[in-house]
Design a binder for this molecule. Sequence first.
Ligand SMILES: C[S@@+](CC[C@H](N)C(=O)[O-])C[C@H]1O[C@@H](n2cnc3c(N)ncnc32)[C@H](O)[C@@H]1O
Length: 393
Amino acid sequence: MSERFQEGDMHRGKEMVNIHSRSENPDARILSNLTRTPFNYGGYNFQCVEAALQGIKFEDKERRERVFKMSGREALAAGREITNSIKAGEKRFVYWNDREIVYNSDEHRDLLKEFIKAKIRQNPDVQTALLNLSDNFIYYYVGEESEHTLLPERIYMQTLISERERLEYLKGLKETFQEAYDENKEPTYAITRKSIVNKLTEELRDRTQAKQVIVLDIGANDQRLEQELFVELEKNAISRPHVIASDIIEMSADNSLKEVSTIQTNALDLAVLSEKVDIIISNFTLNYLPKKALEESYRVLKNDGTIICTFHDLKALKEIEREELMEEALNEEEKEDREKFEFGYDRYSINDNDIDKIKKYFEDVGFQDIVVEKKKGEEEGEIISWFEIQAIK
Ligand SMILES: C[S@@+](CC[C@H](N)C(=O)[O-])C[C@H]1O[C@@H](n2cnc3c(N)ncnc32)[C@H](O)[C@@H]1O
């Protein structure tokens, strides 16, 4: 042990923390594979990572699944039994999805990483613990490693560190959004985007992730919805779809999200081929535009494709007042723009909104299974009420 570092030592100015189940540091304990942190992976519910690591050593499916359900210490004991029964020189395997995987192969290690990632991504407490250790040098030492060590320190720590980086990145994104909201005291409709993001996340969870899902955002503006969506998808460990962010205004090409492409196009004449899009999202845009925009949405959707969008509740007096003030505040150039885009609250939107009228608006275009919900929430001290519509082509 003398050559190894010890808990509490410093390394490059960072205090060192050993990630193990008996650590005095609660953040280190929760990150240990033995600690109860339920997660789901590959259709199984595990109590802790150890149950997964040890369970896959068992060739017999029934025994394997029994270990999958065990606590950390039980799984450790069960796994030791199998390790002891292996004869010297015998080729070793682990078993996953009815396949044999060579012990300590890259594939075996990738699977171990996936277990650890699933535990982190599905447990907010684990995420907090990992972020609490942002300023620490983390390591894993419970005795010298042999060539048979199930989870080498390098693999374990690499996974924790890369997940920690991912969480720090997400935290940074969130802080940037927050700053933008704080600067602008007006509601930014984060609340309505959140609602779309939640619905879309559920849609994407249900869709086969084997093939790339294409989402089109109409009136994407500064692509906040996309940024917020990706944060949510990361949290839920759902793969990112490809998003086409469209708007009539030129959008900033400066974006770090490689799964987003931007197109400048009029929603009344979308520059998108027919039946190419799986899901359309649109926050407060389609209700400002002539019906042609909804017809265009229908055209580009694949059969069975889904649209998720919001309409203002213009009957809510506050909203109308706000919109009127906004109209008044527009400068000449902006007014001209609005003319050009055929965009405006008082002209084409369904002004006296009610659920049946909105339903009919979608029905007339050909949509089915239309669900219109009236929603309400508070943002920046203002009550916002809106309609959320989900329908299928
Ligand atoms: C109220 S904003 C929606 C912002 C964005 N969806 C969000 O949630 O932050 C409406 C957007 O529709 C865009 N827009 C207006 N007329 C349009 C048209 N004819 N075609 C496409 N986009 C249009 C505007 O440029 C603006 O970005």
